[in-house]
Design a protein around this ligand. Structure first.
Ligand code: PRE
Length: 353
């Protein structure tokens, strides 16, 4: 069949898709009105997970899971924006990984608020200048982000979902590779691309700046220069992608949390984050872990941080499998509470890959 005929068919399908999307949008407006009346949170991470799981389960191809997820991310982003002008705070500047993580979770239709620090992200949500905040919690290579752990101790916000982001770095420039003499980026990024730089651009000067966004701004203006930054930065600053995914380790993933004033419903595949401090005695930590064993609860992460309230006093951050509404999680936490000095549930949220 000629392309012309196929395009005619595509036009008819598109017309149908628009009709269906608008039909969906009408129901979304109804849901929005109901939520407005009851005060229920507009963002429903458990329902989003259910929608995505159903779509992937029913998919017959040729579209793959990733493509469908991206399309539905934008459909649900439009829903969120229709229900309420949602504002998402993240640690900026624009185009950095926190911005990418926020976009991956909430899509292009909601508004974003770039903040200078992790503390500011928490503050903007606490003061209702933003509905949710997206903050990094751990990186598969560098470990926990201690500043976020410290903020979770005192904040009243709950964790209501998580985002996993593949961290990948790209060499961006207005010039061809051979013309590049200066490369801008932040020190951590240079550290993660050392081998590639040594074998591909050993003579280039590596110049450290505060963020990959700053690096992209300079590379867009300065002759014979390049930056290492995200693909979003390439788009935003009109740079060409000279080399993609130049990081030395391909398994570099950062996990981000979404914090807000609402809680996520149970999906059946959830995680709960808690923190506690223990009495200073032999075997105390061992005893803390017993209730989890007793109720068959899997712990996926344990992290400790100095409490900063007393020398050698520690807070423990634990991620466990299950939702706070699950019977066995409730029982284990009740048993734990009896044993520790202080226990705080930071939130339950759907597991996402
Ligand atoms: O079902 C809801 O609660 C909705 O608001 C609808 C919807 C969707 O588009 O399907 C949109 C946003 C929510 O985060 C979850 C789902």
């Amino acid at each position: 069949m000629a392309i012309k005929h196929l395009r005619k068919d595509i036009d008819a399908i598109d017309k149908e898709i628009v009709k269906l999307l608008n039909k969906r949008a009408c129901w979304i407006l109804e849901i929005g009105k109901m939520k407005n009346k009851t005060g229920e949170a507009v963002y429903a991470p458990a329902r989003e997970k259910e929608v995505l799981s159903k779509i992937i389960r029913e998919n017959q191809g040729p579209l793959n899971k990733e493509t469908l997820t991206a399309i539905w991310r934008e459909i649900m982003s439009a829903s969120l924006a229709m229900e309420k002008p949602l504002v998402i705070a993240y640690m900026g500047p624009r185009t950095t990984f926190s911005h990418l993580a926020a976009l991956k979770k909430f899509g292009a239709s909601v508004s974003y608020l770039s903040c200078n620090t992790i503390t500011d992200v928490f503050m903007e949500v606490e003061k209702d200048n933003a509905d949710y905040g997206v903050i990094p919690i751990e990186n598969s290579i560098e470990g926990a982000i201690s500043h976020t752990l410290d903020m979770l101790v005192d904040s009243d916000l709950s964790i209501c979902s998580q985002v996993m982001l593949d961290i990948s770095h790209n060499l961006l420039s207005k010039h061809l590779k051979d013309a590049i003499v200066n490369i801008y980026s932040n020190p951590q990024v240079f550290g993660q691309c050392r081998l590639w730089l040594e074998s591909n651009l050993p003579k280039a000067d590596l110049i450290e700046v505060s963020s990959t966004t700053r690096a992209a701004q300079i590379a867009a203006k300065e002759p014979r220069s390049a930056c290492i930054a995200s693909l979003l930065a390439a788009k935003e600053y009109g740079l060409k992608v000279v080399a993609r995914e130049i990081e030395d380790s391909p398994h570099n993933i950062t996990r981000f949390l979404v914090v807000g004033k609402s809680q996520a419903q149970r999906t059946g595949r959830d995680k709960t984050s808690i923190m506690f401090s223990i009495k200073d005695r032999v075997g105390a930590l061992h005893d803390m872990l017993l209730p989890f064993k007793k109720y068959g609860i899997n712990l996926t992460k344990i992290e400790s941080r100095p409490s900063k309230r007393k020398a050698w006093d520690y807070f423990f951050f634990v991620d466990l499998t299950g939702h706070i509404q699950d019977d066995k999680v409730k029982k284990a936490l009740m048993a734990l509470e009896d044993k520790c000095k202080f226990l705080k549930v930071l939130g339950s949220y759907p597991v996402t890959e």
